[in-house]
Design a protein around this ligand. Structure first.
Ligand code: NDP
Ligand code: MG
Ligand code: MG
Length: 332
């Protein structure tokens, strides 16, 4: 059974007694910096020369310094720049500013799990990863709620690293919803697997293939869009609220019967065998290496894929239809 931690299990005074640097002010960075500040923590934000978010951070009352200065001042350093540049930012600005007893924090384990960053033995290495996008992390905190987090310790130099991680999680509202203890390995591998196989990759491919099948058979793209993409949200909301059972309670018996007999014809043993291959490539570092090469090679294929999907009939059809539904927020 997973170990869960709530507000009463975490001591906010630990993080309130430290100096925190949040490096990066994007989706997660802004949420962590603002919520820690509102929780009474001494925070500074580290941003690179020419940063687009600097003005916003300052407007919101935060002190912004360079990543090196932030790392030098602080004894807890949270790295929240994009994963592919973390190793460079670490080498250039953070490594030389780490002292024994400091703590290096991450919001995702990739760079530690695959050894792109190798911290010295004297520092605590922790992760606090909210299981939701940064803007929701901040909004929930302001509403007195929280996004569940997972927390891990890779290196416990001080003997107090996990208590520090829990304290940090409390500072961003995580312990209000619950914090699950994990490891860098488990977080990194399951996160990559989930986003590739189910949440992003699997779902996008399923939606596109279903849409294409209907359109190629001569049905109207607008109808296919509603069937294969729009309605997905309604189905997933029901699953989120009450599992497969609640979804099946709400749909018609006809839909439920089709669910049982057709689902396994779409996601077959061959699909599951491929999932196992994907997992193996995540575990042995093949995926991480390929992605770093793609990123540092100028994102050529990445941009090709992006453009291909932007031009897809599914997307152009959806764009038009959503204009007529003012309540569907394009910005959300
Ligand atoms: P974003 O892409 O939203 O944030 C990028 C930030 O990093 C921006 O403020 C950007 O500056 C800054 N930045 C870019 N280059 C540099 C640099 N050289 N030096 C200093 N700062 C730089 O990142 P995310 O918040 O999406 O991701 C951060 C971490 O959180 C990752 O490890 C990710 O895996 C993890 N995570 C993200 C989630 C999410 O909700 N997105 C969910 C859970 C974990 P600017 O734009 O100002 O120029
Ligand atoms: Mg991820
Ligand atoms: Mg239907």
């Amino acid at each position: 059974m997973a170990e869960l931690f709530y507000d009463d299990d975490a001591d906010l005074s630990i993080i309130q007694g430290r100096k925190v640097a949040v490096i990066g002010y994007g989706s997660q960075g802004h949420a962590h910096a603002l919520s820690l500040r509102d929780s009474g923590v001494d925070v500074r934000v580290g941003l690179h020369e020419g940063s687009k978010s600097k003005a916003k951070a300052e407007e919101q009352g935060l002190r912004v310094v360079s990543p090196s200065e932030a790392a030098a001042e602080a004894d807890v350093i949270m790295i929240l720049v994009p994963d592919p540049i973390q190793a460079k930012v670490y080498e250039e600005h953070i490594a030389s500013n780490l002292n024994d007893g400091d703590a290096l924090f991450f919001g995702h384990g990739l760079n530690i799990r695959f050894d792109f960053i190798k911290p010295p033995a004297g520092v605590d290495v922790c992760m606090v990863a909210p299981k939701g996008p940064g803007h929701l992390v901040r909004r929930q905190y302001e509403e007195g709620r929280g996004v569940p987090c997972i927390a891990a310790v890779e290196q416990d130099a001080t003997g107090n690293a996990f208590a520090l991680a829990l304290s940090y999680a409390k500072g961003i509202g995580g312990t209000r919803a619950g914090v699950i203890k994990t490891t860098f390995t488990e977080e990194t591998e399951t996160d990559l697997f989930g986003e590739q196989v189910v949440l992003c990759g699997g779902t996008s491919a399923l939606v596109k293939a279903g849409f294409e099948t209907l359109v190629e058979a001569g049905y109207q793209p607008e109808i296919a869009y509603f069937e294969c993409l729009h309605e997905l949200k309604l189905i997933v909301d029901l699953m989120y609220e009450g599992g497969l059972e609640k979804m099946r309670w709400s749909i018609s018996e006809t839909a439920e019967w089709g669910d049982y007999v057709t689902g396994p014809r779409i996601i077959t043993d061959a699909t599951k065998a491929e999932m196992k291959k994907v997992l193996a490539e995540i575990q042995d570092g093949t995926f991480a290496r390929t992605w770093m090469d793609e990123y540092h090679g100028g994102l050529k294929k990445y941009n090709e894929y992006k453009q291909q999907d932007a031009d897809h009939l599914l997307e152009t059809t959806g764009k038009e239809l959503r204009k007529l539904m003012s309540w569907v927020d394009e910005e959300a």
